[in-house]
Structures are given as C-alpha cells and as structure tokens.
Design a protein around this ligand. Structure first.
Ligand code: E4P
Length: 226
C-alpha cells in the first residue's frame, strides 16, 4: 500500500515529505477551502514541490460536459501524473465514459457503496476512492466496504485500483494494508498518529542513556569514529 497526503497546506506537505515515505497529494474543494489561500496558486505550488508524484484534483461542475472541460484543462495545466477526481454520481459516470478514450487519469470519488465503485471501474476510472470514515459514520463498516470493493474489482479483472480515503485513525489504514489495498490518502493529523507511541520514545531514551553511561563524553558512534 502506498500513502498519499490528503492536505493542501504546503507547510504540512513539506513536513510530511521530509519524514514519511509518501507518493503524492490528494485534494478536494473542502481541503482547499480549509487552506484559506488562492486554490490555483496552491495547486501550482504543490505540483512544483512534489515534482512528478501523483496529484489528485477534484472537478466542481455538476454536468458531464462541463466536467469533461474541467478535466481537460486540469490535465493540461498540471501534467500527466494528475488524477482528475470526479464524483461518482450519474453526471460523473457519464463524464468518465466521455473521457475514456483520452489520456486523462480518473479517480472516482465520493464513493460510499460497492455499486458506485463497480460502475466507476466499468466507466474507466484508474482509482475508486471509498470514504472509509464517512461510511463508518453512516453506521456501516468502512473497512469492510473497502475490502468488498477490492474483491469485486479483482473478481471482475478490471485494472481499476482502490484509493482508500477519509480516515480518522491509523487502525483503519493498517487494516486495509493487511488486505493489500493499493493506496490510502491520510490527513496531516492521521500521519501524526502513525508514530505517536510513548513506548517507542521510552525505549529509544533508555538506549541513549545506557550508551551515555559507558563514556559521558562520547554519545554516538560519530564521537568514536568521526
Ligand atoms: C479524498 O481526497 C477525500 O476527499 C477525503 O479523504 C475525504 O475526507 P473527509 O471525510 O475527512 O472529509
């Protein structure tokens, strides 16, 4: 499973790129609103920083023809490794089919059910993005739904992969890694929780203190060898 950053704040993105093995960035209109900056300038800055890594940008039009227009313009502006996020409703599915023969990569988004995912795969989406935590909040099981989607895609021999989204805790992500889900996109807050563990901090502190007790002037191997 690869990890993407579900955030548009450039400082958060730079920080996560420095510390975590990430493969790109996903955005949506609400994430861009939360960033409180010009959305186009923000996306240009993100693209410049992440180079050719995956960048997912969501369209806003509510009819297929206009979605197609937006998708073409976004691909033109942000390059080939840009994934156009299209909501998986009736107009979205129509747009996906209209774009099928163009070299535009589609992430079918706002997926709450396996049926939507199945239809999006038939319509040519590269990724389908189930909203794990939002599904949990509806009283269903987001992880189970995502695994079901993966099984349906595998059994139907489609090239479409799962990009799991909307996480509120690391356990949701890890459970999906166990099932080999292709990609998960996580917020800055969820990334923070991945390695927040006082047992680990205590173990590292004990190692450092024990070594320091050997010779108080030589704390690391660099002090011995450098
Ligand atoms: C993917 O990019 C989705 O838009 C996003 O993960 C939704 O997350 P939320 O449920 O936290 O808003």
């Amino acid at each position: 499973m690869k990890l993407l950053i579900d955030d548009a704040n450039i400082d958060n993105i730079k920080y996560l790129y420095e510390y975590f093995p990430v493969s790109g960035v996903t955005t949506n209109p609400s994430i861009l609103f939360k960033n409180k900056k010009d959305p186009l300038e923000t996306l240009v800055e993100i693209r410049e920083f992440i180079g050719d890594d995956q960048l997912h940008i969501q369209v806003l039009s509510d009819n297929a023809d206009d979605i197609v227009k937006e998708a073409r313009l976004l691909k033109e502006k942000f390059g080939t490794n840009t994934f156009i996020k299209i909501p998986t409703n009736k107009e979205g599915l129509k747009a996906m089919r209209l774009l099928e023969n163009e070299k535009i990569k589609i992430t079918a988004t706002a997926i709450y059910s396996p049926t939507q995912a199945f239809l999006a795969s038939l319509a040519g989406a590269v990724y389908v993005a189930p909203y794990v935590n939002r599904i949990d909040n509806l009283g269903y099981d987001g992880v189970e739904t995502t695994i079901k989607i993966q099984n349906i895609l595998e059994k139907n021999q489609t090239d479409t992969k799962v990009l799991a989204a909307s996480f509120k805790n690391t356990n949701q992500v890890l459970k999906l890694a166990e099932y080999g889900i292709s990609i998960a996109t996580c917020s800055y807050e969820v990334f923070g929780k991945f390695i927040e563990d006082n047992n680990v901090n205590k173990a590292v502190e004990d190692f450092v203190n024990d070594f320091k007790a050997i010779d108080k002037d030589r704390r690391t191997w660099t002090d011995y060898l450098g």
